[in-house]
Ligand binder design. Structure first.
Ligand SMILES: Cc1cc2nc3c(=O)[nH]c(=O)nc-3n(C[C@H](O)[C@H](O)[C@H](O)COP(=O)(O)OP(=O)(O)OC[C@H]3O[C@@H](n4cnc5c(N)ncnc54)[C@H](O)[C@@H]3O)c2cc1C
Length: 350
């Protein structure tokens, strides 16, 4: 990992900075990739997208869910945003993460939360609820939850990560659901996932083609990769696949001009819009990925004085944690659940 990437990943995992940032709201250039933390922000952002013939899928950012109350709060926030989207007749749906709803420490509670969300969404014109996929260990929770819900609801779907060897099996398992196809964002073991860009890209294209040829259910192709996008355009033309069967998706703030151009060409397009107080970790991970792609946001953040302050805080808190570890002492308040949640945060990517 490069120095810059390491620096931003360290900041993204820094609890002190995350907590402090929550109080301030998206700043430092984060508004280029996060749609704000107030309901009017999300309405304004999605309206602006809808005016350009682009739909939205809203992700409520959540970094620190490890108690019942936090999981219930996350569910309530999702319900609140869904209501606002529906009341304002916005062309948008929700992307949710089961980890936010408590699945890592209370499966029954998480299912109750998800059930309420999906049922409410059904009453909102069958609003779609996408279950984002996270690290491999949590995949079974996603499929198990989907399998329970899909006999009762048609407004649920999930994400297939093309780097997984078993992506094919998952694709075949859900021909009847709306699916989002991605390359995959987490660091996974060579026992379960392709490791090289070539292999992943190849499998990604193969899965997209298979899905578009074999099912009429809606497919979201979520990538910023223009090679893949151009390939899909040529493929659907060659096979006379109707544009109503699929869409492209990108993250908010990424390749905006390309997104608008594709929408103008008559393809369905959805932008993944992160929203909420927990913006800091997400913003740092985006900067860690490709700072050069977020030029404006990066310039705003990377003023020398700011870098020095953030670097100082990160260094101080890291040294502090290391010292604690060295003394073989956990902070008194750290429970098993909390340290589990800390590990989750360390490998959090999206
Ligand atoms: C809407 C959306 C939802 C997602 N949901 C999930 C999920 O639920 N689970 C999950 O594991 N992952 C998810 N991902 C992340 C995904 O798995 C990939 O990690 C991520 O999209 C990076 O891969 P890529 O296909 O965009 O292209 P990459 O492989 O990152 O890039 C390929 C090439 O495209 C070009 N390129 C890429 N980005 C840019 C840019 N910003 N500017 C200019 N050129 C660029 C470059 O030439 C680059 O070499 C999601 C991604 C999106 C867009």
């Amino acid at each position: 990992m490069g120095l810059v990437k390491n620096f931003f990943m360290a900041l993204s995992n820094n609890a002190f900075l995350n907590t402090t940032a929550k109080k301030v709201g998206p700043s430092l250039g984060a508004n280029k990739v996060v749609a704000g933390n107030q309901l009017p922000d999300i309405v304004r952002t999605i309206k602006r997208l809808n005016d350009k013939n682009i739909a939205g899928t809203v992700d409520i950012l959540g970094e620190f869910v490890h108690t019942r109350q936090e999981a219930i709060d996350a569910k309530n926030e999702i319900l609140e945003v869904m209501k606002v989207l529906y009341d304002n007749r916005l062309n948008a749906h929700m992307s949710i993460k089961l980890s936010q709803l408590g699945i890592e420490f209370d499966r029954a509670l998480a299912y109750e939360n998800v059930y309420e969300i999906v049922k409410t969404a059904k009453s909102y014109n069958n609003m779609h609820i996408n279950f984002d996929t996270e690290k491999y260990e949590s995949l079974f929770d996603v499929t198990q939850t989907l399998d329970r819900l899909k006999s009762e609801f048609t407004n649920v779907g999930t994400v297939i990560q093309a780097y997984l060897f078993k992506a094919d099996v998952l694709l075949d398992k859900y021909p009847d659901l709306r699916l989002r196809l991605v390359k995959g964002a987490y660091k996974e073991s060579p026992h379960i996932a392709y490791q090289t860009k070539e292999e992943i890209d190849q499998n990604y294209i193969r899965l997209i083609e298979k899905r578009l040829l074999n099912t009429d259910n809606f497919t979201s192709i979520a990538t910023h990769d223009h090679h893949v996008i151009n390939h899909v355009k040529a493929f659907v033309e060659e096979h006379q696949i109707d544009k109503s069967k699929f869409e492209f998706q990108m993250l908010y703030g990424f390749r905006t001009e390309l997104a608008e151009q594709i929408a103008n060409e008559g393809y369905h397009f959805t932008i993944y819009v992160p929203y909420g107080d927990d913006w800091f970790g997400y913003f740092m991970r985006r900067l860690a990925e490709r700072p050069q792609n977020l030029t404006l946001a990066f310039k705003e953040f990377a003023k020398p004085k700011r870098l020095a302050i953030f670097g100082g805080i990160a260094l101080f808190t890291t040294l502090f944690t290391l010292t604690l570890k060295k003394k073989n002492k956990q902070p008194k308040s750290t429970t098993a659940t909390e340290s589990n949640a800390q590990q989750q945060r360390c490998i959090k990517i999206l």
